[in-house]
Structure formats: structure tokens, C-alpha cells
Design a protein around this ligand. Sequence first.
Ligand code: PEP
Ligand code: MN
Length: 339
Amino acid sequence: MIVVMKPGASEHEIRHTAERVESLGLKAHIIQGTERTVIAAIGEKRAEHKLSLESSPGVAEVVPILAPYKVASREVKKEPTVVTAGSLVVGNGQIGVIAGPCSVESEEQILISAQAVKAAGATALRGGAFKPRTSPYSFQGLKEQGLKLLAAAREATGLAIVTEVVATEDVDLVAKYSDVLQIGARNMQNYRLLEAAGKSGVPVLLKRGPSATMEELLLAAEYILDAGNPNVMLCERGIRTFETHTRFTLPLASVPYLRAKTHLPIVVDPSHGTGHTYLVPDMAAASVAAGADGLILEVHPDPENALSDGYQSLSFPQFAATMDRCRKVAQALDKKLGG
Ligand code: PEP
Ligand code: MN
């Protein structure tokens, strides 16, 4: 249920109502809007709860939340959520650009990547230190050493760090070195990991599982929100279909669909979404045109010799050219892309 407070309801009335929600055995999420405050009351609802809450001072009305996801839904919060993590701002007209190699490979590789993507306008650096690889024999990442190199690149450039956490027990370690925890496609439904990322309080980039529906993605986000972390970005990174001309199929209708259903910002990953460097610039521009609030792009100093995902990585000049194109599309929509 959503408890809608009257415009101008006092702090005391809001707090009192939230306490009443909790006393009914429901969880209260207070969401301050620009015009009014609502309290999402999450839990098993009963008819008498509505009547009882409607009698609290300062309450305008109590309405059901129809969507299966609650805190993530637009019904609860109409204003878009803007996620800010250091240099990265994603949402409400500001298109964040997260760029860098698939994996952190060496100090030199990550430092020159950070400098190059920053010069071209990226607002955050990506790079995997813990890599979820399909084969156990593939490069698994530099782990904590990789995290240290990312932190050094942040020190050198000021770029926020976005890096993947693959296991619940690594959340604290990854959070110590990064600004955004990436939860990868393969882990979208690892519910203990989602809860741990929620409890960390660090902003999260949640990638869509290759076979997850939009509803499953939003319910996965709900785990993080319900754990008390409001800073969640959703990432469309392509799904598995019968089609083989691309590594995954990148359904850009997800962007306006999610926009209609949720207040959370939406990021698109055209690198994994296509799996081919030559397709990335067009799909990046198309993502911006579709309304994406952010892009995550794989960029490598020497894609041919990358330890992972080189075949879908942009070189530095290709990234700079992609940024120029995307910036024009963003301007046409009265948005600002990158830094
Ligand atoms: C990545 O970003 O390098 C990655 C592994 O992405 P995904 O989880 O979308 O496959
Ligand atoms: Mn990758």
C-alpha cells in the first residue's frame, strides 16, 4: 500500500504514520517527493490496515500498489531517481557514461584507459577485478590487486569506479575500493548478493539476466531497495534469443518500458548487448535516442590483445567518435551526455 501524506504534512505526522505502519507489522519506506511525501507500506496487506492508516493525522489517502515490485514502482515515486556516485551522475537529463576495459589487466592498461575515457567525456571508469567467466579456464581477474589498481586510477583521474562483485562475501572488499557495485547478468537473481549489496549502502548497477523478464529485473532491484539502498541503476545488457548474428539481442524497447514502470535510472550496455565492436557505436546512439540515462561501454587500449571481451571493445579513437555522436543525440533531446 502507499500512504499518501497531505501536502504540507509535518515531519512529526510523517514519522508518526511510519511508526504506525511498522506497528502493523509492515515495513515503512518514506519517499520524499517534491510536492508530497508518500510512505510505502510493504508486507501482507489487510483491509483493516487501510482503514486504520487513513485515520492518522496528515494522511491524504491509502492506495494499493498494483505492481508486484513496490518501492521500485512509479506508483510509489513519480519523480525520477538520480543516482550520484562521485563523478558519475545518472538520471533526469544527465546521461552518465561508464567506460573502460572489460577486465583490469595491469597498472598501465587501467591508467591509460582511465585517462583516455575521461578525455573523451566519460564520467566513470569500469573494469572488472572479479570476473564471472563462462569457462573456469578463462582469465578470472586480478581480484584485490585489480581493485587497488582501480582505486589508483580514480586517484589519478577523479573518475568514479564501477566494478563487479560476484560473491556475497566480497561485498565489503569491493565496496572499500569502488563507488558503484556492479551486479552482473549471471548474478541478477542471486538474492543473498542483492541483499548484501543493498545493506552496503553503495550505489548498485544491476544488470539484467540474459533470460530474465522485465518483471524479474524489477523484483531483483526490489531486493536492493528493500534492504535500504535507494541508489539502484538498472542495466539492459541484452538477452538470449534464437538469433546468432549478435552475442545477445539488445531490446531497446526495455528503456521506454522501464521508464513507464519505474523511477530508477536506466543504463544500456551496447558492448555485451551486441558482442561486436562495429555494432557498438550505432547501438550506443540508439540507446541514447531511446531515452537511456546512462551507457556502459567497453573500451580497451589494444582490443585485439585484451584478456576478455576484446571483440566487443572500442579502441580509444572509436570511443571518442562514439561519444561525439551520442552527445549530438543527447543534445537533440535536451539532455547532457558525459562530462
Ligand atoms: C561485464 O560487464 O564485463 C560483464 C561481465 O557483464 P554481464 O554481467 O552483463 O555479462
Ligand atoms: Mn565484458
